[in-house]
Design a protein around this ligand. Sequence first.
Ligand SMILES: [Zn+2]
Length: 344
Amino acid sequence: MSRFIVRIVFFLVLALSMAAQRADCHIAVLCYHHVDLSQDTPYSVSSEQLVSQMQALRKAGFSFVTLQQIEDYCYKGVQIPSKCVAITFDDGNHNTYTKAFPLFQKMKIPFAIFVYPSAIGVGHERGFMNWEDVKGLARAGVTVGCHAWDHPYLSRPPADIQTPKAYEDWLEKECRRSRETIESHVGVSVNYFALPFGLSDQKVYQTLKKLGYKMVFNVSGMTNALYADPYDYNRQIIVKTDSADEVVQKASVRPIYFTKIYPERRARIQSNDFNASFQIFSSQNYEAASIQFLLGSLTKNAYHVQLKHEADYVACVLSRDKRGNSCMGNWPFIYTKKHPTHLE
Ligand SMILES: [Zn+2]
């Protein structure tokens, strides 16, 4: 039989007491990229789409919150609406300033941007905002976060990085100098980091935590519960084909958490011949027959893949809870045949 088949084992675990009262707490963070971009890309939505999506979220009972409110909720337990959504824009595209900003001001909806210095330094000529634009947004109350220095695959350093020292220097520039550069240009403190492509590994996770960021955002496609890790906070990318109803559905997907998983979250595994396994937290809340397991490729943004090539993957569990809600739980891991020398 093919070595590429990853066998799946799962166990349902018994009830954990706090689960029921926490099950309803539910925070979605949406990730947009472009508005009204003329080039054809799945990552651009039209102004009309954006407005109708916000209206649909409001109509479905979602409250719009800032990242600061989520941080206060995570760290201090400051109350937050039980069904809420935060809006973020990645990459610092110029149309975030020219198109999204006026719409959000008009709708009185807060949002955050995640920018990276190598793009903002170039500015308008490559379709990005410049530092003046970012400053203008910050002055108007938009939250400014860091998206590394040069938007790399943080779990896969460039090939010329071959020593632990070179790797440390590279991580330092991507995670710390990027933040300081944004802070000095914009004059605000930067407390949030969005992982480029949503990719991370154990070392990156620990580094960002040590640097004192308050929250780190991925693009796992999940929403968040009360006990979500602020350093692995879930976001959902919105694409061109998403209708207003689909955006509401995405924001309404409930997160599934696990008491045990294999491979471990963000682990580097060196063989594709293993049993993937998981135990669902509070499993009595789910319809056992509805549980599905999928293997996805984070870099290709696709499910139903085989673990063939060295890449970042995601193990994903879909289910329905006993109230009929769609639920998703997933975790990333990295398949590398050889352990990278810079991590030895
Ligand atoms: Zn990005």
